[in-house]
Design a binder for this molecule. Structure first.
Ligand code: ZN
Length: 123
């Protein structure tokens, strides 16, 4: 999969291709909600075009924590019984848009994969 540049990057808000308005934002990060069952989720995305969280600066890390708390507040309406939180990094790590979104995924006892976590695909 080709690496996106800033002009056609889905998560560079300035180019208008995100397809929806952020559910919340602060100085450096914004929140996108994806309320689709069976696993409603959110993404915390930096405004800056940053490929992976390894390039985040200290302000982006601080603001990420604030947006993670906001993601939980907004996802609590779905009454999740757990969460899976993290990044896919690099094409091999299943990253499709090279502008680091942190995924916050609601988990439920009714999930086919209930009890399976982020490392289960390695077993
Ligand atoms: Zn981008």
């Amino acid at each position: 999969m080709a690496e996106a540049n800033i002009e056609n990057c889905r998560w560079c808000l300035a180019n208008g291709s995100a397809g929806a308005e952020p559910a919340a934002s602060n100085q450096t990060q914004y929140l996108m909600l994806k309320p689709t069952p069976p696993n409603p989720s959110a993404m915390v995305i930096p405004f800056r075009h940053v490929e992976t969280p390894f390039e985040f600066n200290s302000a982006e890390w601080a603001d990420l924590g604030e947006m993670l708390a906001e993601a939980k507040r907004q996802l609590d309406q779905f009454q999740p019984e757990g969460f899976t939180i993290g990044w896919n990094v690099g094409a091999t790590g299943a990253q499709h848009i090279f502008h680091a979104p942190m995924h916050v995924v609601c988990r439920s006892e009714k999930d086919p994969g209930a009890g399976q976590g982020i490392r289960d695909f390695l077993r």
